[in-house]
Design a protein around this ligand. Structure first.
Ligand code: FAD
Length: 316
């Protein structure tokens, strides 16, 4: 079922979360062990991220051979496995980076065969070790182009228009939004303009980047509505889990942390205490968002679920 249908049918705020595929060579069982404790909160959908390729260097008799590889492949396979095991909708993250338009088309065809009704259309980050995003040759530069490609497919328009269609897919399309603006955007206003462009091209809902101050989300939603973005805007929530997050999260995601949260984390003696502070902060955030009537609370699990479970127990 589509995310928008889940939202339309729900009387209350829904619970959902995102998982990361295991590093290749590792078992999927660990992923299941993290999903199992969250299923009692009835997530209508689970997102599965896609990671960019990265360079590895292989020592061949003293010479380093540079190879491109994807350390966490298997997004679609994991979507299929989770859907099958838990009977829940799964949402693959589809990236511009690392894929040609043709490869994207094949991926979407696979999604249709697997009965996947939703896809999250994203540009993708820069490759590890590179400062800026470089489009893949034959691929898209912006998520909006990906949204257009998916929208075309929904109308039966394939890339090279050499096929006759008798059953069009009907993907519900999610896109990313940034309450504190995307790191490359010169201003929030400009970033919102491009978000509106994605929605105008067919995006059905938005999931936000993590934020730690709900006011940032409320302001973002207000400004989005003011420029005519009417689709659901799902807040993304991430509990702080280790002290290092104080530097890492602003650096990687460009999110500000409230002083009160920083002080509470700094006062912790170890990461066990930090984890508890993160849980309590996320509970407060989630309760306020739920009271404000957000359609879904979407949690970034980052591979571990004990803290997400503690939050869900307190909020749902
Ligand atoms: P876009 O919407 O293309 O925007 C990128 C930048 O370009 C923005 O600054 C925007 O303002 C600007 N822009 C957009 N269109 C134009 C235009 N036509 N002309 C000029 N400027 C323009 N990354 C992954 O690698 N894998 C994942 O699974 C993943 N999941 C994510 C899930 C969520 C909910 C979020 C919020 C992010 C996720 N990301 C993921 C990170 C995301 O890929 C990065 O933030 C990326 O840098 C931007 O992606 P986007 O889809 O927002 O890009």
């Amino acid at each position: 079922m589509k995310v928008t249908e889940h939202i339309d049918r729900a009387a209350e705020t829904l619970f959902s979360f995102e998982v990361i595929p295991p590093v290749k060579g590792r078992s999927i069982e660990e992923l299941y062990r993290n999903i199992d404790p969250l299923m009692e909160f009835n997530p209508p959908f689970i997102d599965v991220t896609t990671s960019r390729e990265e360079y590895v260097y292989i020592d061949r008799d003293g010479l380093l051979d540079k190879k491109r590889t994807r350390m966490r492949p298997g997004t679609l396979g994991i979507c299929a496995a989770i859907k099958h095991k838990y009977d829940v909708d799964t949402i693959p993250h589809v990236l511009c980076g690392g894929f040609t338009r043709e490869e994207t088309e094949y991926l979407l065809v696979d999604c249709q065969y697997l009965g996947i009704d939703n896809v999250m259309a994203l540009r993708g980050d820069a490759m590890k070790g590179e400062k800026y995003f470089t489009p893949t040759e034959g691929g898209h530069t912006y998520a909006s182009q990906l949204v257009r490609q998916i929208g075309d497919l929904n109308k039966g328009v394939y890339l090279h228009e050499v096929v006759e269609t008798d059953q069009c897919p009907d993907f519900c399309i999610g896109v990313a939004g940034y309450p504190e603006k995307h790191m490359e955007a010169p201003s929030l206003k400009t970033d919102l303009k491009w978000l509106k462009h994605k929605v105008d091209l067919g995006a059905d809902y938005v999931v936000t980047q993590m934020f730690f101050d709900n006011q940032k989300y409320f302001d973002f939603v207000r400004q989005a509505r003011e420029i005519g973005i009417e689709v659901p805007i799902i807040p993304g929530v991430k509990p702080i889990a280790v002290k290092k997050h104080l530097q890492l999260l602003p650096q990687v995601f460009r999110t500000d942390l409230p002083e009160e949260l920083i002080e509470a984390v700094l006062a912790c003696r170890d990461n066990r205490e930090v984890r508890q502070v993160g849980i309590e902060w996320a509970i407060e955030q989630s309760r306020e968002l739920k009271e404000a009537g957000v359609p879904v609370l979407h949690f970034y699990s980052m591979g571990k679920s004990d803290n997400i479970r503690a939050i869900a127990e307190a909020v749902f």
